[in-house]
Design a binder for this molecule. Sequence first.
Ligand code: C2E
Ligand code: MG
Ligand code: MG
Length: 594
Amino acid sequence: LISTVRSALRGRLRQYQMRKSQQQLRESEQRFKSLFEHHPDGIFVRDLSGKLISGNKAIEEITGYTIEELQQEAVPTLAMPEEVGLAPKEFAKTSDGNPKKFRTSSVRKDGSTVEMELAYLPLIINGEITGMHGIARDVTQARNYERRIEHLANHDVLTGLPNRLLLTDRLQQAIDQSRRNGTQTGVLFLDLNRFKQVNDSLGHDLGDLLLEKIASRLKHLVRESDTVARLGGDEFVLVLADLDSIETMAAVAEKVLESVAAPISLAGHELNITTSIGGSVFPKDGHDVATLLKHADLAMYQAKELGSASFRFYDPAMNIKILERLLTESALRRALEKNEFTIYYQPRVCTTHRSIIGVEALVRWKHPEKGLIAPADFIPLAEEIGMISQLGEWVLRTACVQNQAWQNAGLPPIKMAVNLSAQQLHSSGIEKTVASALESSGLNAQYLELEITETSLMQDIDSSYQTLLDIRNTGVSISIDDFGTGYSSLSHIKRLPLNTLKIDKSFIRDIASDRNDAAIVGATIAMARHMDLKVVAEGVTAPAQVRFLMEHACHEMQGYLFSPPLPAAEMGIMLRQGLSRGYEYIGESVLAMW
Ligand code: C2E
Ligand code: MG
Ligand code: MG
């Protein structure tokens, strides 16, 4: 009996266990089914021939098609494993249980594009591969975002053109392609001329518009396979891929010059802007991105020197010359903060009273290696690189302080003449700078004179007029420097609010021997006096010139005969003595006329 009961119980237990495991199986099946149905990723199953067996709700949402529609062969929405480069069967064999992932995009039922990250993994039943599971994730939004970031990182915001980063990439690709095809790659480096002035005078908004217009012109000039990039500021680079000849490149450069130079109308202004272009060619001028860009840049510098709207190919010979210039340029930029400038003073003497009634401030650069450099050797560069206003302001302030210091030391008050460059004259706010230099030094306006060369005055006579008038109204005098070297006539300058006219030294040199020069200088003095202008003769070196100038009643003289420009301390001593050294050499006959 006991054994019967035991076996019955065992049978019950087995039944119970079986029911229990069946129930467990059902539950586990339901769990998987629910995971399959509710998973946010699209999940589907294909058989070994690639036929779609089933799919979940998410796959319908991602594709816009129902499972039944997806099962029809005509609907190409879900990528097949062929896209990984393998037929479904083979895929299943090789994948060896490992999922294969790839990115794909397809068209939704509504026609829009969906981007997916797809993974295929083998479906293994009883140790046999019987099909594939596919898992699809919609990454459209994420990809769009990525693309936007990528675009921002690789493009210039203003013009939408590729930036330096993408340019580097494209140029590298073009070089590789040329290497394979045995062709050349051309690099054109553009820098707009006088863009800074346009930007300063019209404002940055119009400056930006101008850059956009130029960018769009450049884009239309080149082939689809070429690249137009903006490096920033007013610098652009064109990459001409797979060039057949250098002549083609020169022709493109010509087209670019012309296209940029065509008038641009912006907000009611008609603008004319030009560009300078330098070109380098792979493989002749360099084998890598950095060298090609550097050489095109150097060639551009040389094009600038040729004048507006020029194109220049890179030439290795110019390398050293331009590098030297670049070195000077960077040294000059730092010279101001390193306190390397100094001012020399040259006396102006009164023809009638023989006394020093003024000095001219002449700047020098104490170069740490090259010694004292004359202004002719760095002022033009300072103008070109846009630092003349800063330098000029330093000279103005220092000269005013010096003049006041002499007065404070009890020396008879004299006039300080300071040279102004064209850029300073035409920059806005020059009146304020002058007023501030006077105020901070404590110098009275009557002891300051600004010298402006004839040429810079004539650059823009109307705007000069108002500026000069404003300055003159503060009590500061204005003189026209190097008179005779420009092409103005006395009638021209009659309109301007001037006090003094300085006759250029080239006319003074031969007044004692050349009848033409004598006639010109004689007439100039007479007419200037008639216009109530004070006349100063520059570059007086000989007693014979002094005699001539006295006879023609020239007011003042300046030149090596009286004194070369001197450092402040030496000039101070000369002012204390009251006479310049040169008088010793003038001779009895001239002195007798005084
Ligand atoms: P500038 O204003 O006409 O100055 C007179 C120049 O003639 C000075 O040359 C002076 O040293 C030189 N000189 C004076 N007497 C004689 C003479 O008897 N014979 C000869 N052959 N030359 C004489 P420097 O100092 O080399 O200056 C050259 C030019 O540089 C100046 O011509 C002026 O245009 C410019 N410059 C000098 N300092 C400044 C400055 O602070 N700002 C600006 N913008 N220009 C300056
Ligand atoms: Mg001068
Ligand atoms: Mg002069």
